[in-house]
Design a protein around this ligand. Structure first.
Ligand code: PLP
Length: 382
């Protein structure tokens, strides 16, 4: 019995893995759209036949790909640029800040993705004071985080959806408090892009960073950086390269004259093949619509959540759908082994230590698959 939304299920043949696996790990690596093969062929054919002239197509395509993501989050044209990953995008942002006392603090919480935490921690070497709020990564310390933002805060870095628990963070009070105190806010939207609908201008964050391997079904190598157009021209990244210059192809000596646009964050030569690869997933997400994806997740994550509770399993995600993203973290005894056995049996999920098995249905999954994985976990546990 396939009870999912029929127009969504018509997408299934476009994602080959779904024919062979129960693929429920879309918050870790989204399924590959079949059209990626043609898209990458288009890229290689250009190189093979046009040689260096391929750049005339490749370079505008980088901005075209970013424009798809601008549509997804309702960002103005020219406010997003592509980069390799979150680490690079965040490094670009950090390189705009001087971290001079007294405004030298970076505020974040303990549940952030490790790549973010490592990078923030390293800024202490150039004068930043890093305020890490909370100790338990399964608990989002909203009140303490708000309390930590003061006139000494230069930057607040928050995840939109926490990667372990799927907790959906209420971004607005944080942005309001940060802006009242003159601090900038970076939103790590990796776990919400393509899963939770939002308008980046309405959230009023200064920056958004993310990558493509998860709900966007874009594969590795394609990250992105949004900066609010109102502040772009006062940001001067130290991590700047020739593509950050106002006229890269005039090859001028230093000092750099920054591009008067988001391009100032580009740095070196763009990672073109990754963007040809990623654009296929982005287009699918834009066409399906994040609202429809979220509505589907409301029903399917409820099947998983309620089914896990009925079986007596611990669920390390907020109970209310409004307080979580589109995955559910189910903690069962010997979770790592259960995850391995699930994969052996064709149910693809992952496991995060201290949190549990993450189950993440996307628009192309069926309700039956969501029920079947719980039955399989029960069978494995005996
Ligand atoms: C919230 C979040 N941020 C960042 C990352 C990864 O960062 P990067 O793109 O630098 O690999 C992940 C997972 O891969 C994540 O879940």
């Amino acid at each position: 019995m396939l009870t999912s939304m029929p127009d969504l299920l018509s997408w299934r043949p476009k994602f080959p893995i779904l024919a062979n696996k129960t693929y429920l790990i879309n918050n870790s690596l989204g399924a590959m759209p079949a059209s990626v093969i043609d898209s990458l062929n288009e890229y290689t054919n250009l190189w093979a036949t046009e040689g260096v002239v391929a750049w005339d197509t490749w370079l505008p395509e980088v901005a075209n790909v970013a424009a798809i993501l601008e549509d997804v989050v309702h960002a103005p044209r020219g406010s997003m640029t592509m980069c390799q990953n979150v680490t690079n995008a965040l490094a670009e942002i950090l390189s705009c800040i001087e971290f001079e006392a007294p405004r030298n603090q970076i505020v974040h919480c303990a549940g952030e993705f490790p790549t973010v935490e490592y990078l923030l921690d390293a800024q202490q070497r150039i004068g930043a004071e890093v305020v890490r709020v909370g100790t338990d990564p399964l608990v989002y310390p909203e009140r303490d985080l708000l309390g930590a933002i003061t006139g000494r805060t230069a930057l607040v870095v928050i995840s939109h959806v926490l990667f372990r628990t799927a907790e959906l963070v209420d971004v607005r009070p944080i942005v309001k408090k940060a802006h009242e105190h003159g601090a900038l806010v970076v939103l790590d939207a990796y776990q919400s892009m393509g899963a939770v609908p939002f308008d980046v201008m309405e959230l009023d964050v200064d920056f958004l960073v993310g990558g493509s391997v998860k709900w966007l079904c874009g594969g590795p190598g394609a990250g992105y950086l949004f900066a609010n157009p109102a502040i772009i021209e006062r940001l001067e990244p130290r991590l700047a390269g020739w593509f950050s210059h106002a006229r890269p192809f005039s090859f001028e000596g230093p000092p750099i004259e920054y591009a008067p646009s988001i391009e100032r964050f580009v740095g070196g030569t763009p990672n073109v093949p990754a963007y040809y690869q990623a654009r296929e997933g982005y287009k699918a997400i834009r066409e399906v619509g994040v609202e429809a994806i979220r509505e589907n997740a409301r029903r399917q994550t409820e099947i998983i959540y309620a089914g896990a509770l009925e079986r007596g399993y611990t669920v390390n995600s907020p109970r209310a759908f409004e307080r979580r993203g589109n995955h559910v973290t189910v903690d069962v005894p010997d979770g790592h082994r259960v995850k391995d056995e699930l994969i052996r049996r064709g149910f693809v999920v992952d496991y995060r230590p201290g949190a549990g098995i993450r189950i993440a249905p996307h628009f192309y999954n069926t309700d039956d698959e969501c029920r079947a994985i719980l039955e399989e976990i029960t069978a494995i546990l005996g």
